[in-house]
Design a binder for this molecule. Structure first.
Ligand code: FES
Ligand code: FES
Length: 172
């Protein structure tokens, strides 16, 4: 780190190699949103309480508002932009829409990232396991039932498409 606090961020984001000199000492959330313009990752509370900033760092869910950007150097980051697109939704995204589990959308990217993490570890979760899996993600709008049913529907679809039980993240 130099006197201007510039650092070299070399990492993989959504399957693409990234190498850029940026101001250090900030949060991974700031790097993603401000430097890479990946604004799908949302800032709700900024204090680790709401889960709206959830991304995957080397395959593990992390809260980007609590993660120093330097922690991601040399790592692979997956954000909601790498999961699906409006014309090619991931089954979890499509199921949340089908079930009415999306209203204002503020919680949705983080909810999807937590659901993906859950389904990778446990492709056939019970309702209780889904509730536990998204327990760090707050939603002010939906009452959770529709989100839970959406994740259950996606799990069933992914299981049917991949009977061996592996749920792969689709990185564009
Ligand atoms: S913005 Fe990160 S947990 Fe709320
Ligand atoms: S849809 Fe609005 S916070 Fe969840």
């Amino acid at each position: 780190m130099d006197e201007n606090n510039l650092i070299k961020m070399e990492l993989t984001v959504n399957g693409e190699a990234v190498s850029m000199i940026v101001k250090g000492g900030r949060r991974l959330l700031d790097f993603l949103r401000d430097d890479l313009h990946l604004t799908g990752t949302k800032e709700g509370c900024g204090e680790g309480e709401c889960g709206s900033c959830t991304v995957h760092l080397d395959g593990q869910s992390v809260l980007a508002c609590l993660t120093p950007m330097e922690r991601a150097i040399g790592c692979s980051v997956l954000t909601i932009e790498g999961v699906g697109s409006p014309t090619n939704l991931h089954p979890v995204q499509a199921a949340l829409l089908d079930e009415g589990g999306v209203q204002c959308g503020m919680c949705t990217p983080g909810m999807v990232m937590s659901a993906l993490d859950l389904l990778e570890r446990n492709p056939d979760p019970t309702i209780e396991e889904i509730i536990e899996g998204i327990s760090g993600n707050l939603c002010r709008c939906t009452g959770y039932k529709k989100i839970i049913y959406g994740i259950q529907q996606a799990a069933q679809e992914l299981q049917a498409a991949s009977p061996a039980g592996t749920v792969k993240e689709s990185v564009e």
